[in-house]
Design a protein around this ligand. Structure first.
Ligand SMILES: N[C@@H](CCC(=O)N[C@@H](CS)C(=O)NCC(=O)O)C(=O)O
Length: 212
């Protein structure tokens, strides 16, 4: 499986993280998203006319949406990551798309100088974080540490990166204790790998072998 990847992209990291947790080796092809904008090159547009990263190629199958990539990896390798009912998972995959448009865009604005209505995207992100905080607090009272139950699913992997990177877009995570506990739980899952800005839980432990 080939992943067209940019190391600083939260959406690409979702796929690298999922693959690592499942022990799936990916052939990672680095695309110079910034500053070269190679994701808009003729070669990349032939692969993905939407001109976005990540792109996952598995034989004849070309996937251009990270949510579908997570579904694909889980279906093939560990269906328990799909959760007990898609009705509990799919709304969170949509929610992850909203986080990408708010917190993700705020970060691209602050880190890479992207054009954005920064006040609006931060406001949207804070509204979504409050919603996630309320849900995770309820989950915790019910004895569940993850978005859709006692075990992590693709819903958690989809929502985790843009949440964890929120401070890079000027949005603090200090007001959200349940979110911070949830992030800690994700970072504790065996096989967890980091990206720039998201560290492993035990920073002093030896780095796990990367799944590539
Ligand atoms: N819906 C897509 C969105 C991915 C996305 O936002 N990718 C960004 C990079 S992090 C991108 O390629 N943006 C194109 C651009 O800004 O030119 C997914 O989840 O895979």
């Amino acid at each position: 499986m080939i992943l067209y990847d940019y190391v600083l992209s939260a959406s690409c990291y979702k796929v690298r993280l999922m693959a690592a947790l499942l022990g799936v080796r990916l052939e990672v092809k680095a695309v110079n998203f910034h500053p070269a904008r190679d994701h808009k090159s003729a070669e990349m547009l032939r692969l993905n006319p939407q001109g976005t990263l990540p792109v996952l190629v598995d034989g004849d199958l070309v996937l251009t949406q990270s949510a579908n990539m997570l579904r694909h990896l889980a279906r093939q390798n560990a269906p328990q990551w799909l959760g007990e009912a898609s009705g509990q998972i799919d709304p969170w995959l949509d929610f992850a798309g909203e986080l990408n448009a708010s917190l993700g865009m705020a970060r691209l604005h602050d880190v890479l100088g992207f054009d954005a209505d920064i006040v609006q995207v931060r406001r949207d992100g804070i509204r979504q974080l409050r919603k996630m905080e309320a849900h995770l607090a309820e989950q915790r009272f019910a004895g569940m540490g993850f978005l859709a139950g006692v075990a992590p699913t693709i819903a958690d992997i989809a929502c985790f990166p843009n949440t964890a990177l929120a401070p890079d877009g000027g949005v603090s995570l200090d007001p959200y204790p349940s979110i911070r506990l949830w992030m800690r739980a994700i970072r504790s899952v065996p096989g967890f790998v980091e990206m720039p800005g998201i560290h492993r839980l035990h920073e002093l432990a030896p780095a796990p072998e990367r799944s590539r």
